[in-house]
Ligand binder design. Structure first.
Ligand code: CP
Length: 318
């Protein structure tokens, strides 16, 4: 039987690009989490630097807005002693009609070692990965509604940090799963890492049809979906990817699906709450929860630095 090669792996089965959590074996996900754990010591030192990527040129290509991902990739690359170049897309030759592939070809001619790509079009990082020369690595920093693998991985790191054992957890993902690249990356990572029960909770209009084929349990009633869960992952309404009306109003969404203290009380008392950001308070999450004792939303951001250091250092070594 012919099995298509995973475009993220080299001929030795090692990670060469990071494009998606889908199809990555558990060993590689665990390698990333363990490597990130080894970097948390570096990030707590007075001199937060190691020389692993000294002399490497890493290009941040963000064709779509970002606060957390772009900044933490830059911090992570600098902590690995790489040279980081942030291409300012709005003043680059993209604005004169240059194609993404021509931009990348020109940056490759400047001896780039790694591209970190965010794009509103699903598949853009895959396209770049197919066209760069074999020694260059590509990391997907979020493409359309398809994938956001480093976000999914930092979420796994956060869950493992607080809950230790994936194989004993019930995890709920609440909100706009339909338009969410984060949810897809989370679901693939959670199921690969052995979480026995992953639930998605939302109105029919915001859940992909056949989402159950991904191995998740579907709930439209949040009071049933949150019952006794260990982890709640909230998602914002991704209005920028919605064409047409999916909801009566944000107020109605908050009433039915917004995570407030009353709804969170249905989860286990020691349940943790994650959110990838940016948050819309009063829409998908109430401030009492976002800032409450069960929230691990800001630790997620900090762990994102170690995860991105881990991914870049693993790629550079393969
Ligand atoms: N979580 C996330 O991708 O946030 P940014 O859009 O700010 O990068």
């Amino acid at each position: 039987m012919f099995l298509a090669r995973n475009p993220q792996l080299n001929s030795n089965g090692e990670l060469h690009h990071l494009l998606s959590t889908e199809g990555l074996p558990r060993e590689i996900l665990t390698q990333i989490l363990d490597t990130a754990a080894s970097f948390t010591g570096v990030t707590q030192r007075e001199v937060k630097k190691v020389p692993l990527l000294r002399g490497k040129a890493i290009f941040n290509l963000f064709f779509e807005a970002s606060t957390r991902t772009r900044t933490t990739f830059e911090i992570a690359a600098k902590r690995l002693s790489a040279d980081v170049i942030n291409l300012a897309i709005n003043v680059s030759s993209q604005s004169k009609g240059e194609s993404v592939l021509d931009t990348v070809a020109n940056l490759s001619a400047m001896q780039a070692d790694m591209f970190i790509v965010r794009h509103s079009e699903s598949g853009a990082p895959h396209l770049i990965a197919r066209h760069v020369s074999p020694e260059i690595h590509v990391i997907n920093a979020g493409d359309g509604r398809h994938a956001h693998p480093t976000q999914g991985l930092l979420d796994m790191y956060t869950i493992r940090h607080y809950k230790k054992d994936f194989t004993k957890l019930v995890v709920a993902i609440v909100g706009d799963v339909l338009h969410s690249r984060v949810a897809r990356s989370q679901i693939h990572a959670l199921t690969t890492l052995g979480v026995p029960e992953v639930r998605v909770i939302g109105p029919k209009t915001l859940l992909p049809s056949h989402v159950d084929k991904l191995g998740v349990h579907v709930y439209h009633d949040i009071s049933k979906g949150l019952k006794d869960v260990d982890v709640v992952m909230t998602l914002r309404l991704q209005n920028e990817r919605m064409q047409g009306s999916f909801l009566p109003s944000p107020q109605e969404f908050f009433k039915l699906y917004g995570l407030n203290a009353e709804k969170l009380a249905l989860a286990k008392p020691d349940a943790i709450v994650l959110h990838p950001g940016p948050m819309n308070r009063g829409v998908e999450i109430d401030s009492t929860v976002a800032d409450g004792r069960q929230s691990v939303i800001l630790p997620q951001v900090t762990f994102g630095i170690a995860i991105r250091m881990a991914v870049m250092s693993i790629l550079a070594g393969n």
